[in-house]
Design a protein around this ligand. Structure first.
Ligand SMILES: Nc1ncnc2c1ncn2[C@@H]1O[C@H](COP(=O)(O)OP(=O)(O)OP(=O)(O)O)[C@@H](O)[C@H]1O
Ligand SMILES: Nc1ccn([C@H]2C[C@H](O)[C@@H](COP(=O)(O)O)O2)c(=O)n1
Length: 223
């Protein structure tokens, strides 16, 4: 592996494989890993625990700005703590998935989380793979490698169903994938690749093939 610091930015819709791919790439290259969606989810736990309703925008903003948030950037250690409470497992629960858009659709909340994400990326000494919805365009538009990872909606729903099994019924699954994408795309574009962003469609690729394709792209950029 080259010792040059590298920042790799990956965006894409829900269930396209960003987290799994980003973690695999980070492990292969010995880089840190940042799951920015986990930060939106953790702040959702914080506002819910403060008794704030998702419709109370001022309350959601207040709790977002006040949240004491710690997130692991080790691709082999998933750990998220907000306001001293470990929420690593809870952030994946259907309730959080259903209520996270109250954070992601508010400009003040996004600005606060973007600033935190930039600080984490800048602090990653050896480099980092960061994934989300606006990493290639807003958080790290100067990243060395910028990738939009997509897959057809039916495939994304099937992959999510395989992962969650009986934890979700058909309507919760559609809410988690299709409704969330529609709401989340009000302030950011993660369906078409911005200038300089490489588009990788992994509908017909398995996870290993997707990771290999990203590693090939990194190698071509590093020369
Ligand atoms: N290329 C792939 N082929 C097959 N399955 C995949 C592929 N990439 C990811 N998966 C599986 O699809 C599911 C969703 O992947 P992942 O959680 O990485 O997506 P995501 O884009 O990070 O989703 P979200 O934005 O909702 O967090 C996981 O169960 C994962 O193992
Ligand atoms: N950079 C980001 C990351 C995430 N979000 C929003 C969109 C999702 O609804 C939510 C959780 O993300 P996920 O864990 O599903 O990747 O957070 C965003 O708006 N921008």
């Amino acid at each position: 592996m080259s010792s040059e610091r590298i920042v790799i930015a990956i965006d894409g819709p829900s269930g396209s494989g960003k987290s799994s791919t980003a973690k695999g790439v980070a492990r292969a290259l010995g880089l840190a890993y940042l799951d920015t969606g986990a930060m939106y989810r953790a702040v959702t736990c914080a506002y819910l625990d403060a008794g704030v309703d998702p419709s109370d925008q001022a309350g959601v903003i207040r709790e977002t700005l006040a949240a004491d948030l710690q997130i692991s950037t080790d691709p082999d250690l998933e750990q998220v703590v907000v306001n001293g409470v470990e929420v690593t497992t809870r952030i994946r629960e259907p309730e959080v998935s259903a209520k996270v858009s109250a954070v992601s659709t508010v400009a003040e909340c996004r600005a606060n989380l973007v600033a935190r994400q930039r600080a984490i990326i800048e602090g990653a000494a050896n480099g980092i793979v960061a994934e989300g919805r606006d990493i290639t365009t807003v958080v790290a538009p100067d990243a060395d490698v910028r990738l939009l990872l997509t897959a057809d909606p039916e495939i994304r729903m099937a992959r999510r169903k395989a992962e969650l099994g009986d934890k979700v019924d058909a309507s919760q699954l559609a809410d988690q994938v299709l409704r969330r994408d529609a709401d989340d795309s009000t302030l950011v574009n993660f369906t078409t690749a911005a200038d300089g962003v490489t588009h990788l469609d992994c509908t017909y690729l398995n996870l290993d093939e997707t990771i290999a394709a990203v590693l090939d792209l990194v190698a071509s950029v590093r020369g």
